[in-house]
Design a protein around this ligand. Structure first.
Ligand code: SAM
Length: 288
């Protein structure tokens, strides 16, 4: 008996039209769909006229579900894994299952599609060449701030998920820890009716969200500019600079040029140059 395949299927993050034809076909063809919340996913399946049986797989039962699903896969059943929205495993259940299925040598196939973090990043207008996905910050203020402090010097674009309950507190912590002037974008209710994209300095973003309770509702991705990289100019080695200049110039000119290059005091550099030249000039021949 050939084993089946575990399909990890991305589903829409709001707009049902974002379910890909391949995802719809896969969901209709597998023997069973493991869904985070079967009530939430029922709506999606109805939308595509799919009556594949579902079973629940969420944070609290994933470990217990793994053995049964692996058995079905090994017996030849194809299984699809979906979450309530977006790509499974991305701040969602599925990691334990995928790891166990791969370890057992059973095929795992991705059916890619929406994910809120990439959707937000693609429209934020902040650097996308390098970024860090931080998922949800802690609900506890001290742990949240500690994590932000650890990220304060991170130069890559930062991406966070946030819930409506904590959006204001998190914006305040971002402002206080990363700095009021840091640029960020709030991406709210992506692909849905009240989709909002608002970018500004962190202090202004907090004020904006606080002033309008509508902006505190729904689902959020926060995209925050990375820290500016401060590249310190390497310190000039005065002695080396002077000895190079002294190879071509008299002491006075070498000192004056060194002062212009380093911004140092001309007199001090003149004395140094003099000392350097003396130390380099050969001893006068001895008279016996
Ligand atoms: N697996 C999902 C994905 O691939 O994006 C993420 C699941 S996580 C439990 C849910 C969080 O994702 C929300 O709290 C919010 O931060 C973000 N999110 C999901 N859908 C969103 C949307 N339409 N607009 C903005 N953020 C969204």
């Amino acid at each position: 008996m050939n084993p089946g395949t575990l399909f990890v299927v991305a589903t829409p993050i709001g707009h049902l039209g974002d379910l890909s034809p391949r995802a719809a076909e896969t969901l209709s063809q597998v023997a069973v769909i493991a869904a985070e919340d079967t009530r939430v996913s029922r709506r999606l399946l109805q939308h595509i006229g799919c009556d594949t049986p579902m079973l629940s797989l969420h944070d609290h039962n994933e470990s217990q579900r793994v053995a049964g699903l692996l058995e079905r896969l090994q017996a030849g059943d194809d299984v699809a894994l979906i979450s309530d929205a977006g790509t499974p495993l991305i701040s969602d259940p599925g990691y334990t299952l995928v790891r166990a299925v791969r370890a057992a040598g059973v095929k795992v196939v991705p059916i890619p599609g929406p994910s809120a973090l990439i959707t937000a990043l693609s429209v934020a207008g902040l650097p996308t060449d390098r970024f860090v996905f931080e998922g949800f910050l802690s609900a506890k203020p001290a742990a949240r701030r500690a994590r932000l402090k650890a990220l304060a010097q991170e130069s890559r674009t930062l991406i966070f998920y946030e819930s409506p309950h904590r959006i204001l507190a998190t914006l305040a912590d971002l402002r206080d820890v990363l700095g009021a002037g840091r640029e960020a974008v709030v991406a709210r209710e992506l692909t849905k009716t009240f989709e909002t994209l608002h970018g500004d300095r962190l202090d202004a973003l907090y004020e904006w969200a606080q002033a309008d309770s509508n902006q505190q509702r729904g689902e959020f991705v926060l995209v925050v500019a990375g820290a500016e990289v401060v590249t310190e100019a390497p310190a000039v080695d005065e002695a080396h600079l002077l000895s190079v200049l002294l190879e071509e110039l008299p002491v006075k000119q070498a000192a004056s040029l060194a002062a212009r290059i380093t911004g140092g005091k001309r007199n001090a550099l003149y004395n140094k140059a003099l000392a350097l030249q003396k130390s380099k000039s050969p001893d006068p021949p001895r008279v016996s």
